[in-house]
Design a protein. Structure first.
Length: 116
């Protein structure tokens, strides 16, 4: 099954635990755990030195709230993008979280993740 064929409810049920893992391991600065559900392509594309620097130097990356709101889902090709309203436990305001999911070797994997 192509992931874009899943219902919104099915996609949110798949996406939320993956997003919350990213939040948890970002806060803890554990890059290995943070990247454990990445697709092979994404894992190879991310420079571990740069990611480690981000964890060490970004107050936002180390203070993400586990309270998130899903804003919507975008389906395109063989991937879905789940959008989240993300907050910080230390910085005022809201950020847009983006989680791109698809299948790799029969498993749901993260093909992109970012906070704007």
């Amino acid at each position: 099954m192509n992931i874009v064929e899943k219902t919104d409810e099915e996609l949110l049920a798949l996406a939320k635990p993956l997003w919350l893992d990213l939040v948890k391991y970002s806060n803890e600065g554990k890059y290995g755990e943070f990247a454990r559900n990445f697709s092979g392509t994404l894992a190879r594309a991310i420079d571990q030195v740069v990611a480690g620097h981000q964890f060490a130097n970004s107050e936002l990356a180390r203070s993400l709230s586990e309270e998130v709101d899903s804003l919507g889902i975008i389906r395109r090709g063989e991937h879905v993008t789940v959008l989240y309203r993300q907050r910080s436990t230390k910085k005022p305001g809201e950020w847009l979280g983006r989680l791109v999911l698809g299948y790799e070797d029969g498993k749901v994997r993260i093909f992109g993740a970012s906070i704007f």
